[in-house]
Design a protein around this ligand. Sequence first.
Ligand code: PGA
Length: 254
Amino acid sequence: MARKFFVGGNWKCNGTAEEVKKIVNTLNEAQVPSQDVVEVVVSPPYVFLPLVKSTLRSDFHVAAQNCWVKKGGAFTGEVSAEMLVNLDIPWVILGHSERRALLNETNEFVGEKVAYALAQGLKVIACVGETLEQRESGSTMDVVAAQTKAIADKVTNWSNVVVAYEPVWAIGTGKVASPAQAQEVHDELRKWLAKNVSADVAATTRIIYGGSVNGGNCKELGGQADVDGFLVGGASLKAEFIDIIKAAEVKKSA
Ligand code: PGA
């Protein structure tokens, strides 16, 4: 089974209601390849999820940027997976490096979150990736494998998981991974899944790249054999996101 190209837009903690409406309008008017070719998911901040969900074209879907690790209750400031399901939000991003680094989310905690969200029926974009220091010390694959293992330890069904490889040094820095650097880690990650989960999961799980993806670099990155799409931060707030969605076409001619 071919892996359908996946393009996610992570809006992070940005936007006013007016700005959100503008982005949605731009997306709604865009000519993009059909849903058979590319799956598009945008992730606004929690407070804008209902607005985006109710105004966004029906062939694009929405994701939350996080959710709580277990059933809701006395967890001030958190949003539970059950609430997302209740609002018909199909996707959630978990383990983003900004949460790992700034909010001290550990590999195990992220693994638990992924398992809990999946069990509630959400689909998960699970993020992994090394820091510059880790890359320079040669431990990229160890770090990414440990992050993936913490997820694999708790998850049995991978059909609703997309893995986002996002090198921390490439996020928001304008320093994109070269296509070869991205392909190398994606290939290693797929081999890791084959060895530690199953050949089928390795063959069917989408591994998307994130970190300074833009309209100029998306085609070459997307043309790599094991790059199944993108998680886009900064450029997902701009009209350029449409060009990134269109990069899915590179797979058709491949
Ligand atoms: P960036 O962010 O595209 O702004 O580098 C990517 C991400 O954090 O998902």
